[in-house]
Ligand binder design. Structure first.
Ligand code: SAM
Length: 392
């Protein structure tokens, strides 16, 4: 089922300074409802389209396409993606969306289904245009205070981390996590890429003379996206005049890609969740993603719950020739979780996309709030930083 863009947007949301590609990502997991309330165990999948729209409206995004299987429902949104499992909702939105405003409605709907909150995870990279973000996303401290208002009462309390090398403030990874009890085993990989190669980015401009494609299907194939995990069934969407989003589904596993190809603020993200680490070679997967975009910089955040031993080895084994690993951080999360964060820079960048001429950073490179205060986070705990020079 597909809608035209005209149905989704009254006017172009493009900012005069550039489109914020970096997504905000919220994952809320619920425990079982009492068996007499939900004997079939449908959980959140019982939500109607109208109910789903009611929380997406609050975040300021709309469904443009849908693909489902027996295990979950996936939606491509005007701004990124939504995945609805029986006991989990993953909402990822970019641009100037107000993702966190959707929380009260999601919790209200879950309460109507008698689903208690088990855990929450919020994550994002460092915005390219932080001063363009509206409340409640003007700073990480603002986001954390909203999240604590809803989830700070879970057993672990609210835990916020800004990981990465503080000498590279544009490559920091922001995470909030709270849980009632240890989670089911699950691996999530989130990859953010900037400075896309100009020729690779051209694929995502509709009908451009420099190698653009005429449809999302063509973009999926020409870019190499269809070959990243070939078993994935793909639902893709192309934007006018440029931009691309897709969701892939295979059993319980989901993948999603979003591309902002405009020079100056080009960005692409790749994510895969509920993937079985035993069936995918981590560094091969990363290489296949990189081959689609050839970015000048990228980061990978892998979050692991349960079965840490193998998954941890899996997540730190990246071998990506021609990229230098800037830093590798391992962060323990409450409830037996582990976050492994790595950021990389091309050793010899090919076509490096220049940044926007707008200076959204102060001289020290610190992200600033809308009011211009420096973002100051002091909740970091139990952080292990391992420096690596070159990973080849
Ligand atoms: C929604 S898509 C992909 C989002 C993803 N998070 C990203 O930025 O990589 C964003 C791309 O589509 C383009 N685009 C075109 N029309 C758009 C619209 N009405 N709303 C959002 N993006 C639009 C943007 O300029 C950008 O290149």
């Amino acid at each position: 089922m597909e809608m035209s863009l005209a149905d989704c947007w009254g006017s172009s949301p493009a900012s005069p300074i550039g489109f914020e590609g970096y997504e905000k990502r919220l994952e809320i997991t619920f425990s079982d409802a009492p068996v007499f309330v939900d004997p079939s165990g449908r959980g959140l999948r019982a939500l109607s389209r109208e109910q789903i729209d009611s929380f997406l409206d609050l975040a300021r995004c709309t469904i443009v396409s849908q693909l489902s299987n027996r295990q979950f429902d996936s939606y491509v949104l005007s701004e990124s993606s939504l995945f609805v499992y029986s006991h989990k909702v993953v909402l990822k939105t970019c641009g100037t969306t107000k993702l966190l405003l959707s929380i009260p409605r999601v919790l209200e709907l879950a309460a109507e289904l008698s689903l208690p909150v088990l855990s929450v995870k919020y994550s994002r990279g460092t915005f390219i245009f932080p001063s363009a973000q509206p409340s409640p996303h003007r700073s990480f401290s603002e986001e954390v205070s909203v999240l604590n208002g809803f989830f700070g009462g879970l057993k672990s309390g609210g835990n916020a981390y800004v990981t990465g090398d503080s000498f590279r403030p544009r490559k920091m990874w922001h995470v909030y996590y709270a849980t009632e009890e240890p989670e089911q085993p699950m691996v999530t990989l989130e990859m953010c890429m900037t400075g896309l190669d100009t020729k690779k980015a051209a694929v995502f401009f509709k009908n451009s003379a420099d190698g653009g494609c005429s449809s999302a299907k063509e973009m999926t194939k020409a870019s190499g996206i269809s070959g990243i995990i070939p078993e994935m069934e793909i639902c893709d969407f192309d934007f006018d005049p440029c931009g691309y989003s897709m969701n892939g589904i295979c059993g319980p596993a989901a993948s999603t890609i979003h591309v902002t190809p405009e020079e100056g603020f080009s960005y692409a993200s790749y994510e895969v969740i509920k993937v079985n680490p035993g069936s995918v070679v981590y560094s091969d997967l990363i290489k296949r993603v990189l081959a689609c975009f050839c970015p000048s910089d990228f980061s990978v955040a892998v979050t692991i719950f349960g079965g840490r031993g193998f998954a941890q080895t899996w997540a730190t084994g990246a071998e990506v020739g021609s990229y230098m690993c800037d830093d590798l951080v391992e962060q323990v999360l409450p409830g037996g979780g582990l976050l492994v964060y790595q950021s990389f820079t091309a050793v010899t960048p090919g076509a490096v996309s220049p940044r926007s001429t707008l200076d959204v950073w102060n001289n020290e490179g610190m992200e600033t709030t809308a009011k211009g205060e420096e973002m100051c986070i002091d909740w970091e705990v139990e952080k292990k930083v391992v420096k690596k020079d070159v990973v080849v």
